[in-house]
Design a protein around this ligand. Sequence first.
Ligand code: ZN
Length: 301
Amino acid sequence: MPGPSPVRPKVEACPLCGGRELRWIVTVGPHPVVRCQACGLQFTNPQPADAELAAIYGPDYILPLRGPEGEALISRSKRATADRYLDLLAATGAPASGRLLEVGCGQGDFLRQASQRGFDVTGVEYSPFACQRARHTLGGKGRVIQGEIDAVASEAGTYDICALCDVIEHVRDPAAFLRSAFALLRPGGVVFVVTPSIDSWSARLLGRRWMEFKEEHLFYYRPATIERQLTLAGFTDCSLHRGVKLLSLEYVAAHFEKYPIPGLTGGLRLLRALSPAALRQKLFPLVASGLVAVARKPATN
Ligand SMILES: [Zn+2]
């Protein structure tokens, strides 16, 4: 069997509006990022090859802290963040029970919190390693399916909520991805999207050194472009929110060791060294770089 393709797919026109005036913004590793001058969507162009992405998504992906203690710290942070997300969903009038699907469920912390609130949860996850961990996290509740969003295509129209946390910026075709999510929801069902925002304070402050400029991020949204992308897929009633995450100094410092930013990484290392353990591990709500969009599949009359 041939390995993953070494070809970097070139995007000729903006996938959101069809615009052809694409201006270079920054180069991330070997990959140029461009901005569509018509709609403001930013994306990697050409996109990284399958082979390049496969090399990035190894078993250690998204684990800046190793060992049982580090993993426990990450889980605590992810569960606290998941609770915020679930509170936000509830506040927007989303169904408070029923079937919840998360695509890109990682190690299952969001699903676990949703399950504890009474949702019947299903996770889809590309990484077999993360799937295993997610099943363990869920302790026998719900389902975790290895694959991509199409793995649950046969369950079209059955989900009350579809959560896409930090995943849309990773897919090659966000329009097709959101159409799949739309099809999976029942009429009146809700999609919940978390993604980095180029309008966030960290993006403005750090410019070309923004920590979300990563080789595996293919699309960079802002509120206006994510709303347009959701509308294009058929969603309505889009509401936009700041993406609050619960993070500890330990986690943030480790993140910037993995994705170094001159000045910031060293400063955090120093701050971490000067802080007592309890403070290093305390969770703080931080609006760092993300946005949250909540939208609805129209109810049938
Ligand atoms: Zn465009």
